[in-house]
Design a protein around this ligand. Sequence first.
Ligand SMILES: C[S@@+](CC[C@H](N)C(=O)[O-])C[C@H]1O[C@@H](n2cnc3c(N)ncnc32)[C@H](O)[C@@H]1O
Length: 451
Amino acid sequence: MSQETLFAEPEVTISTSALYKEIIAAYEAEEAKVEVESVFGKVTYASPVNFRESMLSPRHRWFPYKEGFSPSFVQSFLKDHAPRAVQNVLDPFGGVGTTLIESSRLGLNAFGFEVSPMSHFIASTKAAGFDALDLVSLDAIVEDFQQSELQLVAPSPENDTVISYFEPAYLSALLRLKAFYIALENPKVSALFKLAFLNCLERYSTHRKAGNGVKRKTKFAYAGSPESPIEQIRNTVLNDLRVFRKDLAQEPAVKPFQLTLGSCLDESLYPDGIQFDAVLTSPPYANCFDYSKIYMVELWLGDFFLDKSSQKEFRAQSLRSHVHARWADRHTTYGSELINNQVFEFLSTQKLWSNQIPSMLAGYFADMGYLLHLLSSRCSPGAPIGLVVGNSYYGSLPIATDLILSMLGRQHGFEPIKISVYRNVVVSSQQFTRATDRKYMRESLVILKKK
Ligand SMILES: C[S@@+](CC[C@H](N)C(=O)[O-])C[C@H]1O[C@@H](n2cnc3c(N)ncnc32)[C@H](O)[C@@H]1O
């Protein structure tokens, strides 16, 4: 998860109220029950829950999903915490498939859910099996692409904001590339071209992903090139395809997995009769990061969103981790008492940048509690559950998501085993003056065990 989005709270009044002390005391009481260990023992920005390693790993490097795990983290979690006969692994927030691909590589049966059609597409494309004939077909199409005049142009997306994020000549070149891959008859090769197309979008846009949204770039790396927009984009795509091809030649297939496009909170989507022997996941953090905004350009230009209702649907199905949508109350009885009572009351007296934050937090933990409830009847006894989360900070109060999930786990049939802190975030701002504030600003792996 990118660091800049972790602790977003501009205005803070330091509180010493009794309610504040009560909340911190509840955190401390939980810390007395569950071991909290610092994995690196020092403040660090590097972390195994960081996508940098993925950009060097075959298949994972096909798309830079900054919110993703590193492959070695998945492997070591499964080796360290699931040494017994593990067969079925679940990642309820599957993202671009790091857990699924790594579990498959270990010969396990991997299952997952993902609400974003874009992430679902990326994970599925990264897992493609290519035999010798497929590679011949890929090579032939790449050769055609090199020669093609790219005369056909795909229609522009029905979203003026997305269109405004490109200079017209670059948008036109991108839409020519899109027309090329849409016309391909081989679906596997078309998907590889589409992935390369998605990879081009931020690079040739006037905007870049930043914090919780997009910002206009100050430097346009593409503008200094002597090549035309079409040639620049063609060369970028060809470079990507060379990388994909190299990885496919080395590892023609990964064991197929079952990644369902839909919410892990939808009980009807769970496979019948499957017990999960290990769960490893990273839910969106309670930090107001809205995936439908950050990946807006990719979602629209990749035809994952065709109209405004697709974005609405996507948000409605997502975990309640931001304030850009209103969700009807759901799973209220599965949430956290501490959040619903003390934290809600405390935050109602604070100056917050959005008055939706207390109900977002109540909704976030109600959703996570409900997920744990669903998992408790679908996990085999002793199954380890790994939840990678970042804590947040609102209105002078740290929200210790890791400790609250440990409490929720106990409530829903799990034994909290350990909280491994992977990253403490260094904050120089004067607002973080108390030891408690600094201590809880961290990203951790919460480990629970099914009783
Ligand atoms: C932190 S990312 C997970 C990244 C993943 N570990 C990887 O390596 O690719 C969280 C993901 O959860 C997805 N998500 C949000 N709400 C969801 C829900 N209710 N069910 C399934 N996926 C959801 C988001 O679209 C996002 O891709």
